[in-house]
Design a protein around this ligand. Structure first.
Ligand code: 5GP
Length: 234
């Protein structure tokens, strides 16, 4: 498949068209941003690591019956994916309090939640991705209630699969963000799943092995991403 025109460049990825309209190439970048891109930097080899981690996790999810946009890993930094009409709702699932939840409700970090918490955020940078609910989604016409039911069911299933998978390699899945889109009338999981989009803590020490090392200037960022990859591959 031939890579043709660049049609989108975001904070962590570039998307290219191919000679087949239903397929696009997702290229990972080393750039890292946080706090609405007010903090910027690069994490060496992040693109290669996140491409490898995402590819492995998409394959795991596909093997468990979750439809994703993943087709195949093309190179160190590139992944071939199905073209999606992205739904502008970011789904966050939380198992342990941290980040946005701790701030919103003034809850200390690290409290294990009785059951997984699902949140929706409107994917709109200018508005700083505000927290929304099903009624806002309906009002804004972002997705139908049938689509949202599917998205909700997939998200909770993904949480169970990933919690179990990470648990076996000594990692706690604290929280993560998912994006979905439409492809030929079906809902598919899109974007990426990586230490950029998940909070992962070491089971024994609670050491943070994710993007919070960049957000909070904790150092050893690259090493943390490499550690997650190493465990996934173990
Ligand atoms: P929070 O709402 O606590 O900031 O984020 C919850 C989880 O979703 C974290 O694992 C975080 O990495 C991920 N997340 C939420 N929004 C974004 C986003 O815009 N970009 C990235 N990379 N991750 C996000």
């Amino acid at each position: 498949m031939k890579k043709t025109k660049k049609f989108y460049e975001g904070k962590a990825k570039i998307m290219y068209e191919t000679d087949k309209p239903d397929f696009v190439i997702q290229e990972f970048k080393d750039d890292a941003t946080a706090f609405d891109a007010t903090k910027r930097g690069t994490i060496k080899e992040k693109s290669v690591i996140n491409n490898e981690i995402s590819s492995a996790l998409f394959q795991l999810l596909e093997s468990k019956g979750i439809p994703t946009h993943f087709v195949k890993k093309l190179s160190d930094r590139e992944m071939l994916v199905k073209r999606l009409d992205i739904i502008l709702v970011e789904v966050t699932i939380r198992n342990i309090s941290a980040g946005g939840l701790s701030k919103l409700l003034s809850i200390e970090e690290g409290i294990v939640l009785k059951s997984p918490l699902l949140e929706y955020h409107y994917k709109k940078d200018e508005l700083h991705d505000p927290l929304i609910n099903d009624y806002h989604i309906e009002m804004l016409g972002l997705a139908t209630s049938k689509e949202m039911k599917k998205i909700r069911d997939y998200s909770f299933s993904i949480n169970e699969i990933l919690k179990d998978f990470f648990g076996k390699v000594g990692l706690k899945l604290v929280d993560f963000k998912l994006e979905f889109g439409r492809h030929k009338g079906k809902i598919l999981l899109g974007d990426e799943i990586s230490p950029d989009t998940c909070r992962l803590w070491d089971k024994k020490t609670n050491e943070k092995l994710d993007k919070d090392r960049f957000r909070r200037d904790l150092g050893r960022i690259e090493e943390a991403y490499q550690e997650v990859l190493k465990r996934i591959k173990s």
